[in-house]
Design a protein around this ligand. Structure first.
Ligand code: MN
Ligand code: MN
Length: 260
């Protein structure tokens, strides 16, 4: 059940309306990483979740995202206000000004309509929680960029509030993922193929491609050289082991892949 409280989660004010900035804010309203996408992603996951405690978490955060949508919407309305009167402001976005009367609608900053294709809902709780952690990271960085793009103190303060809440959500989703007690890299029920799972393919040739960074030799990984190598500047690519018809991944003990 949903209930409307006639109060914003954060009291929005705008010093100087800026139509161009209002358009940019639409990215957090009807954009791919915006508040409606977050609200719908977590709510859809929550409605499908069989785990009562994590279901509550998904529903709580999904509900808060709708409150964020309301705050962003209020901010956008204030910034788009001049569009209702002045031609040069209306010209900034005829779709919003003429079709929408300077009000809100579910478009991104470039007028692309919101779509359910933005949502990541896999039906596997730990996989969904990973998607949500990534979604919060994208929301955070988008707010950070918006904060850098305005000089309006009040707008910055509202965006700072929203940006902060996304890190709170990131912490909560991370806590939920950890609470499931799954082994690292354990996804679903089928085990990955032993040996193959630890082969990192160096698929680059050219300057610096021979580097083998130590940080990559973690989690059991080892680096497997590219089957391609340069033999001098003019001779172009040559294929090491190109005559073999052995499937590329059949010999797990080799450190150089054969081409199929
Ligand atoms: Mn949010
Ligand atoms: Mn969030």
């Amino acid at each position: 059940m949903y209930h409307h409280v006639k109060q914003l989660m954060y009291n929005v004010k705008v010093g100087e309306p800026d139509v161009r900035f209002g358009r940019m804010l639409l990215e957090q309203f009807g954009g791919a990483n915006g508040e409606l996408a977050a609200a719908m992603q977590y709510t859809m996951q929550g409605w499908s979740c069989d785990d009562p405690e994590r279901k509550d978490l998904l529903m709580d955060i999904g509900t808060e995202e709708i409150s964020h949508l309301e705050v962003v919407g209020a901010l956008i309305r204030m910034h788009l206000q001049p569009m209702k009167k002045a031609l040069e402001d209306a010209e900034q976005d005829p779709l919003v000004a003429v079709a929408g009367g300077g009000g809100l609608n579910l478009y991104n900053s470039m007028g692309g309509p919101w779509t359910a294709d933005y949502l990541k809902v896999s039906g596997e709780l730990d996989v969904d929680l990973r998607s949500n952690i990534a979604a919060e990271a994208r929301a955070k960085i988008t707010y950070e960029r918006l904060i850098h793009l305005t000089d309006d103190r009040e707008s910055k303060d509202a965006l700072q509030f929203l940006m902060t809440r996304e890190i709170t959500h990131m912490k909560a989703f991370s806590a939920a993922l950890e609470s499931l007690g799954k082994e690292p890299f354990s996804i679903g029920t089928l085990a990955p193929t032993a040996g193959l799972v630890n082969e990192y393919y160096n698929d680059s040739t050219g300057d610096g491609a021979e580097r083998e960074p130590q940080w990559l030799k973690k989690n059991g990984l080892h680096i497997v050289k590219s089957p391609f190598s340069f033999r001098g500047r003019d001779s172009g690519l040559s294929v090491d082991g190109g005559e073999s018809r052995t499937p590329a991944h059949s010999n797990t003990s080799s450190t150089t892949r054969k081409t199929a």
